[in-house]
Design a protein around this ligand. Structure first.
Ligand SMILES: Nc1ncnc2c1ncn2[C@@H]1O[C@H](COP(=O)(O)OP(=O)(O)O)[C@@H](O)[C@H]1O
Ligand SMILES: [Mg+2]
Length: 231
């Protein structure tokens, strides 16, 4: 039996106007994201991947079209409802790891939980659990500069999942890593999907990562030109 999608878009368009010229960054994008799967948005630089993931993550609004998150149209929500949705149901990981350099791995994750107003009594255990999940139990006291790029990205993932989001969005999370470290990050993503039931949407242009997606959408000039299903 088919489960209903956690995210669905209808005729999504996003135009940008710069200096009197209009860029059609997304044109009539219709995609569905199934819960508990890893979806990859692939495409060349400039194809619209970041624009699309920002719309799905309620960080931006479309010019036209609709985005349903669990059947509610988030394009119609107020900014404060969208903030709440992001804070409770969504987590974000970006290409450049934005850890706080003066804080240890532990403090970076715990700080995220403080911001999301996670129950104070449970923060320590949850922080340790998340760092252990990404394989960094032994590195909790290290500051970012004492960690490799791949380890830093895994701290960022621990921070992004600590508040138990339903969906994790990751924009080019492996772009600044070598293939080995990139595959370690992908292994953490697969574990999150399979063991924790998290839904992951990520962008990449790295062919090495493609086979680890359950569904791979290919973007070209703002249009979805292919959908490849692995499950
Ligand atoms: N804020 C913006 N203002 C103007 N043009 C933009 C903006 N963001 C993206 N674009 C344009 O939209 C297109 C898609 O960009 P983007 O989504 O960043 O692609 P990708 O992430 O696949 O590299 C590009 O042509 C880019 O120049
Ligand atoms: Mg991008």
């Amino acid at each position: 039996m088919a489960t209903s999608p956690i995210i669905r878009t209808e005729g999504l368009c996003r135009d940008f106007e710069t200096g009197g010229e209009v860029v059609h960054a997304l044109k009539d994008v219709n995609i569905t994201i199934q819960p508990g799967t890893l979806t990859i948005l692939r495409g060349r630089s400039g194809s619209g991947k970041t624009t699309l993931i920002n719309l799905l993550g309620a960080l931006d609004r479309p010019t036209k079209g609709r985005i349903f998150f669990n059947d509610s149209d988030i394009t119609k929500m107020s900014e404060s409802n969208r903030d709440d949705l992001r804070k409770t149901d969504m987590g974000f990981v970006f290409q450049s790891v934005a850890l706080i350099s003066l804080m240890s791995a532990y403090e970076n994750v715990e700080f995220g939980l403080r911001i999301s107003e996670y129950d104070k009594k449970l923060r320590k255990a949850r922080t340790e659990e998340c760092l252990s999940f990404v394989g960094l139990s032994k590195r909790m006291g290290h500051r970012p500069h004492e960690l490799s790029g791949g380890e830093q990205q895994r701290v960022a993932i621990a921070r992004a999942i600590a508040h138990n989001p339903k969906v994790l969005f990751a924009d080019e999370p492996t772009a600044e890593l070598d293939t080995g470290m990139g595959l370690q990050v992908m292994k953490v993503f697969r574990d999150l999907v399979e063991k924790e039931g998290v839904t992951i949407v990520m962008t990449t242009h790295d062919p090495n990562m493609m086979e680890l997606g359950d569904r791979v959408y290919t973007l070209e000039d703002g249009e979805i030109i292919d959908c490849d299903e692995r499950i």
